[in-house]
Write a protein that binds this ligand. Structure first.
Ligand code: AMP
Ligand code: GLY
Length: 431
């Protein structure tokens, strides 16, 4: 059959690369894709917001299964649109995608399922939030300790969360969301929650709403610079598995996080099918859920799929058929993987596009390395140029995590464009 992957990032390149290895698949189309997906699959130049055009393309090109990478089309209801047209698609329907698209909905589901998460307060205007902060933290000084996190309710391209330690930071974040409306409608509601301490891990699970298959734990690196400093990004690198999450933790998370969440979603009449991505904090308070995403993580997807030996298409199709129970236990390469994200100068702020990337062929020749493309395109001269903030995910597999890390950095050093940079400490936490 033919498969359509929706999206254009590193995650979608990894999905297209893995799906194209399936013996059951003829053509893999990526809409709209990037310069890397053009090498491993066929790019289709469709407007990312035009879901009707995607439906027409899928019908005209015998697409037997569509996989949606990013959250925005899921929150818009692309899955519902495809299903209404009788097309098979992997991902949650619009009501279930609210789990990522609304922090308030997510908290309500977590509480309904009794899933451990930070205590929170919901607000619709700045005054009530400011009053609550002054009540709980009466200190006059703007520097009064105030370990709280302010979150815009809706999707804000990863920028809607402000982690605060001091009172003035909380008050400023509230002003930005509720008075300055910097996130527009995404900030019509917002929550303030207690700040949790510890280390983060991502546990992704594939579910058809009945059967749940947890995938090995990964760890992302969200802050821009070494030592977890600098502004928050979409993720500067990831590795898999994450030793922070023990086998006991995995069982605990399955029992106390994944199962009750899937049940709570079903009881709420918003049954979930797709990838349930739990962002977790492990600390003195145990393991708590920070957030849910309703899709593969980016960059977590890259190191995860590099380790997967089973046919991904079988798994994704079984979810679309609501028959995940038919799938044999997934086979994983025991070797760890490490993905280093290379970014454009200025990211996560503004950056220039169109700079020619050199060294891609040399990097591709490094043993046990795959360079996944994210923000790349082919320029007028035919050269591959940067076209986004996160540009490449240089991913390696190795006998141990250190070897994988060394290979990933060896390949990353061979690649360059004007202003290119990357963190130099991806996976150090586990070494
Ligand atoms: P979210 O989109 O809710 O995952 O938030 C993005 C990032 O903010 C997370 O990956 C954490 O690094 C941080 N964060 C979110 N909630 C909390 C919290 N309650 N305590 C500490 N850090 C948090
Ligand atoms: N790596 C974080 C995310 O995909 O949201």
């Amino acid at each position: 059959m033919n498969v359509l992957v929706v999206g254009s990032g590193g995650r979608e390149h990894a999905l297209a690369w893995k799906i194209s290895q399936s013996s059951r698949v003829k053509d893999v189309f990526v809409a709209p894709g990037n310069a890397g997906t053009a090498l491993d699959a066929v790019n289709v130049d469709l407007d990312p917001d035009d879901y009707s055009a995607m439906v027409r393309y899928a019908k005209a090109n015998a697409v037997g299964l569509t996989i949606v990478g990013p959250e925005v089309p899921l929150a818009d209801g692309i899955v519902d649109i495809f299903k209404d047209e009788g097309l098979k698609i992997f991902g949650p329907a619009k009501p279930a995608a609210q789990l990522e698209a609304s922090k308030v909905f997510c908290k309500e589901i977590l509480n309904a399922g009794n899933v451990p998460t930070a205590d929170y307060w919901e607000f619709h205007d700045a005054d009530a939030a400011i009053e609550m902060i002054h009540d709980r933290y009466p200190g006059e000084s703007p520097n009064t300790a105030c370990p709280m996190v302010v979150k815009a309710d809706g999707l804000a391209a990863g920028k809607g969360v402000t982690v605060c330690s001091k009172k003035h930071e909380v008050l400023e974040a509230v002003e930005l969301i509720a008075r300055d409306k910097v996130f527009g409608d995404a900030g019509t509601k917002f929550i303030i929650e207690e700040k949790l301490e510890g280390q983060e891990a991502s546990i992704l699970a594939i579910t058809d709403g009945q059967t749940i298959i947890p995938l090995p734990a990964c760890q992302d690196h969200k802050p821009a610079y070494d030592g977890d400093t600098g502004p928050n990004t979409g993720g500067m690198g990831a590795y898999c598995p994450a030793p922070l999450v023990t086998e006991d933790d995995m069982s605990w998370v399955a029992e106390n996080v994944l199962v009750p969440t899937v049940h709570a979603l079903k009881a709420n009449r918003t049954p979930f099918q797709g990838v349930l991505y739990a962002g977790l904090m492990k600390g003195p308070q145990g393991i708590k859920v920070l957030e849910y995403n309703v899709r593969f993580g980016d960059p977590e997807c890259q190191p995860l799929l590099m380790r997967l030996r089973s046919d991904l298409v079988d798994v994704l199709e079984a979810v679309a058929d609501q028959d995940l129970a038919r799938i044999d236990p997934l086979q994983w390469d025991p070797r760890p993987t490490c993905c280093v994200v290379m970014a454009s100068q200025g990211y996560p702020g503004s950056y220039e596009k169109g700079r020619v990337i050199s060294g891609l062929d040399d990097a591709a020749n490094v043993e046990n390395v795959k360079v996944f493309h994210a923000g790349t395109t082919v320029g007028k001269s035919g050269a591959i140029i940067n076209n986004g903030g996160r540009v490449l995910g240089v991913t390696a597999i190795g006998e141990d995590l250190k070897t994988a890390q060394v290979s990933a950095y060896q390949a990353a050093k061979l690649i360059e464009w004007r202003g290119s940079w990357y963190r130099t400490d991806i996976a150090n936490k586990a070494l």
